[in-house]
Design a protein around this ligand. Sequence first.
Ligand code: ADP
Ligand code: MG
Length: 286
Amino acid sequence: MTGAPAHAPTDAPAVIEISKLCTRFGSHVVHSDISFDVRRAEIFALIGGSGSGKSTLLREMILLHRPNSGSIRVLGTDLHGLDDAGALAVRRRCGVMFQKGGLFASLTVRQNVGLPLREHTRLPDALIDGIATSKLDLSGLPADAFDQLPAELSGGMMKRASLARALALDPELLFLDEPTAGLDPVSAGGVDDLVRSLRDLFGLTVVIITHDLDLLWQVADRVAVLADGRVQGTGSMAELAAMDHPAVRPFFSGPRARAAEQQARQQGAASPPQPPSHGGPPWKPR
Ligand code: ADP
Ligand code: MG
């Protein structure tokens, strides 16, 4: 653990702006009225029960699903009515780690990580391999796994490989869907440091969907709670802990929730947001 996170500046511009979003599948209303903003260099978590629409919301933010109404702006672009070139331009600036990993089974790990570079750039193969290797190093995967097939990896290694692929194109925005689900505590434990360093070193904005209470307490600057088609509350974990709402309470009751909270408070990770000491994220617009 590295102690208290360097929080995103509270006056940073919004990089995701969602307003009055509605999503239905047939007669099943998943999102009835969702609005929230995510600011640059923020680590923003989405929580909510299974089926509350978290993954669907993520898919809408990366143009894989179109909402029935409402608006989504990502990196200053309104996603509604984008043509293919516009959609590609936004997607190129976003890295996504899907809940199920999403690696191609017939390609090695290194080839999987190089794939976005092959699709979006004309870089020579040797350079693509070099970039893929550096992203795999960054994600903490052991080097002897780089040329293995995804099926040969453990769950934790698969998640790291998938994260490396999400970072391949140096995204400004990183989406992580359940990055620690199914991992043993040791593998899951490194993810919080990794996410925090991606934000602190590269100024990445990170949106995490997670049930992992340790991860929430350790890295999330702000958390939005999704239930009954709406955002029921947004705030730091400490702020949500003080909120008496039936959709929020389950995340703060029970022995595991209390242990995660106690550990975070002891480490000072639950202190109020403060501007980063390095004077802002190093991220530069392209
Ligand atoms: P979460 O990630 O919060 O568990 P999801 O966003 O995956 O929830 O799903 C929200 C709801 O929408 C669920 O009831 C799910 O069955 C439904 N849903 C998601 N995708 C589809 C789809 N393509 N077609 C029909 N229903 C869907
Ligand atoms: Mg999901």
